[in-house]
Ligand binder design. Sequence first.
Ligand code: NAD
Ligand code: WQD
Length: 340
Amino acid sequence: MKILVTGGLGYIGSHVVVELLNRNYDVLVIDNLSNSSLKVLDGIENICGKKPDFEKIDVRDKGELNDFFKRNQNVQGVIHFAASKAVGESVENPLLYYENNINALVYLLQELQDKEEAHLIFSSSCTVYGQADELPITESAPVKPAESPYGNTKQIGEEIIQDVCKVKPALKAIALRYFNPVGAHHTGHIGELPLGTPQNLVPYITQTAIGLREQLSVFGDDYPTRDGTAIRDYIHVMDLAAAHVVALERLMNKKSSSNFETFNIGTGTGSTVLEVVNAFESATGVDLNYKIVPRREGDVTAAYAHTERANKVLGWKAQYSLEDSLASAWQWEKNVRSKD
Ligand code: NAD
Ligand code: WQD
């Protein structure tokens, strides 16, 4: 079965491609390489012994996208990762985010909406919940006004898909709302490669541990939490990858209960920033240099997933511990820097 993965050379996409290839799917990747490199294909081949078919295509290029679908009429499922994802950059340059994340989605849906059958998995985010009133967060928690243009593109993206699904019953879609994806494939052949200074906690930790950054800043220790630092639900990227495959199979096996479904993808357990620091130290044996600094603007106090819907309906559950995730992120960091 042919599966198209847009943005399939990126961090999450590459892990999903590995999972699909290992399950013998025929995988087509399109990516414009704006935040990834062709070297990722070698990493995938090192793990799977084969590569996906790759074409350098920008999903915003309507003509090229249309030509791709004409040449590949037998694509049975699409997993759409291609998007820009830096929250801070989206505040600085909102139109870049609306243009890339929304236009690409609209053009993709234009290709899918008139097919006899189409199955779409969309990368959404726990950011749609903002600071939820109740924890753990269920899928029926209200979507709060977005804190950033990036977050807004995920909310609008879900709405666009839902609107199209209402009038095009042959299109079936699932939005996966990821909590905080971390870690890497255990071989260290693929992982997260942030451009410039990392904005996210785990790559900042591994870059500090390897000596690229002097010190981790822990943003705020005055939150109303058990140790004063903010709480998140860190999910191993390989668990996340497995969730994509089961979600896609649910669509392709005609098991979905409505044309558009949403699932939280997290572990169900929240960890504070200091707990992550401690878990990193105990998983790797490395001492981390860190200091407490004031809160970062826009951060919520706590977010972790209610995972019952994903557990029961998808039959998916996170398998890896936080220590596993951090050990794999560290393995990846060491591998990358040994090649520098
Ligand atoms: P990433 O930047 O590593 O991967 C995205 C890939 O898409 C990159 O390879 C990039 O080159 C490509 N791309 C971007 N715009 C494109 C376009 N117009 N045409 C073709 N390719 C394009 O990001 P990621 O962390 O792997 O995230 C994947 C998806 O998951 C994104 O939609 C992101 O918003 C979403 N998401 C990520 C997180 C996270 O914390 N990483 C959390 C929730 C949701
Ligand atoms: C985690 C915790 C920080 C860096 C972001 C996006 C969200 C989603 C996932 C895409 C927070 C603290 C961080 C540092 C720190 N992405 N921290 N020092 O903010 O939960 O979510 O990525 O959809 O939309 O907003 O993740 O990794 O940036 O932060 O203390 O150097 O670590 O304050 O409490 P976040 P993060």
